[in-house]
Design a protein around this ligand. Structure first.
Ligand code: PXP
Length: 240
C-alpha cells in the first residue's frame, strides 16, 4: 500500500489570515494526522513565509514521530535551514513569489547544475532529496543523472484538467514517468491537487510509493476534523 504524507501548510494559511492569533496550530494538526495514520508530515517553508514559519518547522522537528518532509526552494537560505533542521527528506520545488501554490515542476534542463549542487550538499549531510518534477521523461532522466533519491511527480495537470481526453493524456504521462523513475531505481512519490476523487485514478499504479496531499485534506478537516479527514484519505489509498 502507498503511504500518505500530509501537508499542513494550509492550517498555517488560516492562522496567518489573522496576523495577531496563534491558532489553528499546524503542529497540532500534524499530531492529529499522525494519530490518524499519516506516514509523514510535509511543510513548505516559502521564501515569503506566507504560511509556515521557521518556528513551526523547529517545533515540528521535535514533535513529528513519522517523518518530517521539508519542501523548499533550492536557495542558500533554505539549504542552511535544512542543514540545521535536518528533516527526514527535503523536497526541492521551484518557487515564485507571485504564484498561489507551486505551479510547475523543477526545470532540470535549465537549472540542473544548480539543483545538482543542492542535492549533493544535502545528501552529504545525510538528508535524502526528492525532486518535484513534471511527468516528463527528460526530467525523470535528468533527476536520475543528478542522483535524486526520490522524484515527486507533479499531478496538478491531471487534477486540474476538466475534459476527459486531456485528463487521460495527463494521467498517462504520470504513469509513464512513474514507471521510468521506478525502472531507474529512484523512489517515486506523487502530489499536487490530489483530492478524494482524483486519488481513485491511481488504482494499480504500484510504482508510486507515497502521495503528498495537503489542500483537500485540510479543506475536509475544516468540516469533519483532522483525524477523520486523514483516515478518509487513507481508506481510499488502501483501495488502490
Ligand atoms: N507536493 C508538492 C511538491 C507541493 O508543492 C504541494 C503543494 O504545496 C503538494 C504536494 C500538495 O499539494 P495540495 O496542497 O494541492 O494537495
Amino acid at each position: 500500500m502507498a503511504g500518505l504524507a500530509v501537508n499542513v501548510d494550509h492550517v498555517a494559511t488560516l492562522r496567518e489570515a489573522r496576523e495577531y492569533v496563534n491558532y489553528p496550530d499546524p503542529v497540532s494538526a500534524a499530531v492529529l494526522a499522525e494519530v490518524a495514520g499519516a506516514d509523514g508530515i510535509v511543510v513548505h517553508l516559502r521564501e515569503d513565509r506566507r504560511h509556515i514559519q521557521d518556528e513551526d518547522v523547529k517545533i515540528l522537528r521535535s514533535i513529528v514521530q513519522t517523518k518530517l518532509i521539508l519542501e523548499m526552494a533550492a536557495t542558500s537560505e533554505m539549504i542552511e535551514t535544512a542543514l540545521s533542521v535536518k528533516p527526514d527528506l527535503v523536497t526541492l520545488v521551484p518557487e515564485k513569489r507571485s504564484e498561489l501554490t507551486t505551479e510547475g515542476g523543477l526545470n532540470l534542463i535549465v537549472h540542473g547544475n544548480a539543483i545538482a549542487e543542492s542535492v549533493a550538499t544535502l545528501q552529504n549531510a545525510g538528508i535524502p532529496v526528492s525532486l518535484f518534477i513534471d511527468p516528463d521523461p527528460e526530467q525523470v532522466k535528468l533527476a536520475h543523472k543528478i542522483n535524486a533519491t526520490i522524484v515527486e511527480i507533479h499531478t496538478g495537470a491531471f487534477c486540474e484538467s476538466k475534459a476527459q481526453r486531456k485528463k487521460d493524456r495527463a494521467f498517462s504521462r504520470i504513469e509513464d514517468a512513474a514507471k521510468l523513475a521506478h525502472k531507474l531505481k529512484m523512489g517515486v512519490n506523487a502530489g499536487h491537487g490530489l483530492c478524494y476523487q482524483t486519488i481513485k485514478a491511481f488504482k494499480g499504479l504500484g510504482e508510486i510509493k507515497e502521495f503528498s496531499i495537503g489542500h483537500s485534506i485540510i479543506a475536509r478537516a475544516v468540516l469533519v476534523g483532522m483525524e477523520r479527514a486523514v483516515r478518509d484519505m487513507i481508506a481510499l489509498i488502501k483501495e488502490l
